[in-house]
Design a protein around this ligand. Structure first.
Ligand code: PHE
Length: 467
């Protein structure tokens, strides 16, 4: 925490922060998880509750995280320690930072496994596009996906591959690595998604997909809870990723505007991805549909390829699509790694390269049980905890249901009740001017967020899983 370290701190350039933070937020949560939970909860009202959760819980906590980050110019643990020193809050709040490190470590270890599938499917689809996608291939998609999951060497290799790329980017630093990568990947991602959305608007299932997503229908308490839980995951909140990225933001930038833009882009992509997937899926006859949707977690890999190759232009679009999902996953894994790496840089004074390689290697090791828990090792595959089968599901459950909501609760309470008001107001108004919604923001952090998160925790204790 010496002045020397603070001076040498890397910074995002214009747009760099918003793109990198949107890159962190937009990931498998948007493209893989959101469409399937929206389907499970019958679209419509679930989407409305999700939008409210983003607006009333996600956006305020997003702003709180970047305020803490930019004020202290520290990664999560260091940020709470620095605030304790400068504004008299308790050092004990650093538990929020530690929990963030634990969450980053846990999420990255299994997220990289799933991200590896997307990279693998990119290569697979390239092959199918060139050699032809035969009916035999289509019929064997389910079983061959099962065999792929059970191949321990391949799963571990893909996970290590994905972490290695992430390490490569993060080692190059905030501006030279993270910002440069997201500046290229994010626009490509937007462009391809818009292209896919245009293509899907010409499919037979498009109007049904639109109607499904935006009709007003019944909503259950469970669905509402799931929407709130997912808001944390999809916005990368509750684990300090936005504190860390916020610590690299210039004082010329408006934090409220950035926070709203990130939430907006993340939501837009989730809705676009759902529209695309539903249009493709609703284009098949209803009887076949039910059967494909029951395997929701693998839908991206067993159902979509079949549908891509059944539609015009699919041979080109399918590899492009999987490449894009890999990009989206990569800009998320980068932020997960950066949270932990920045701890070693900020608090321990390590060199970036050394910290990145060290943390990357640890995570590769910790990811092995997840990679082997999909059938390769019966020990890791058969573990169960609270109804979650397999090591990967268990760590996902712990991170999504416990670490993120608890971290979010800590950040909301700390910023709402403990952090001096003049300090938070001052930081928000730097680069923004008068913040008319300050009172609303504080109210949301003080009452609405804790109540909603308290509700999640109560529900989880009652056995409800968001994973
Ligand atoms: N937001 C990412 C997604 O939607 C996942 C993530 C969670 C990334 C937490 C960083 C921190 O896929």
């Amino acid at each position: 925490m010496s002045a020397k370290v603070a001076k040498a701190r890397d910074r995002f350039g214009n747009f760099g922060f918003v793109l990198a933070a949107a890159g962190s937020a937009i990931g498998l949560g948007n493209i893989w998880k959101f469409p399937y939970i929206a389907y499970e909860n019958e679209g419509g009202s679930f989407v409305v509750v999700y939008l409210l959760a983003i607006l009333l819980i996600g956006a305020p906590i997003m702003l709180a995280e970047v305020v803490i980050g930019r004020r202290t110019e520290q990664s999560p643990v260091g940020a709470f320690l620095a605030l304790a020193k400068s504004s008299g809050t308790s050092k004990g709040w650093s538990w929020v930072g530690w929990l963030g490190i634990l969450a980053g470590f846990t999420i990255l270890s299994y997220y990289a496994v799933i991200a590896g599938w997307t990279a693998y499917y990119f290569v697979k689809c390239l092959g199918w596009s060139m050699s032809g996608f035969t009916p035999e291939i289509a019929d064997s998609l389910g079983p061959s996906f099962g065999a792929f999951l059970a191949n321990g060497w391949l799963q571990t290799g893909l996970q290590v591959f994905f972490i290695a790329i992430t390490v490569g980017v993060v080692a190059m630093g905030v501006k030279g690595g993270i910002e440069r990568t997201t500046k290229i990947l994010m626009p490509v991602l937007f462009a391809v998604l818009v292209l896919l959305a245009v293509v899907s608007s010409r499919t037979a299932g498009f109007s049904e997909a639109l109607n499904f997503l935006f009709h007003i229908g019944p909503i259950t308490a469970d669905g509402a809870l799931e929407a709130i839980g997912h808001a944390f995951f999809t916005l990368s909140l509750g684990m300090g990723a936005m504190i860390t990225y916020g610590s690299y933001v210039s004082r010329r930038q408006s934090l409220p505007r950035a926070a709203v833009t990130i939430c907006f882009l993340d939501t837009l992509i989730a809705l676009l991805a759902s529209l695309i997937m539903f249009s493709i899926i609703f284009s098949v006859p209803e009887a076949a549909r039910e059967e494909t949707f029951t395997k929701s977690a693998t839908i991206l890999f067993t159902t979509l390829p079949r549908m891509f190759y059944a539609m015009p232009g699919g041979a080109i679009l399918s590899p492009v699509f999987y490449l894009l999902v890999s990009f989206a996953a990569l800009t998320s894994t980068i932020s997960l790694l950066e949270v932990i790496v920045s701890y070693f840089i900020d608090v321990k004074g390590w060199a970036r390269r050394k910290a990145t390689v060290f943390v990357g290697a640890l995570i590769c090791l910790f990811g092995v049980p997840s990679a082997l828990s999909l059938g390769a090792s019966s020990f890791f595959s058969d573990l169960t905890f609270k109804g979650n089968g397999g090591f990967l599901s268990i760590v996902d459950y712990l991170a999504s249901n416990w670490f993120l909501p608890l971290g979010g609760l800590g950040i909301a309470l700390f910023t709402g009740w403990w952090l001096a008001k003049n300090l938070s107001r001052d930081e928000i108004e730097i680069g923004h001017g008068k913040f008319a919604l300050y009172g609303v923001w504080l109210f949301l952090l003080r009452f609405v967020c804790p109540l909603a998160i308290g509700w999640i925790i109560w529900a989880v204790l009652g056995g409800r899983s968001f994973a």
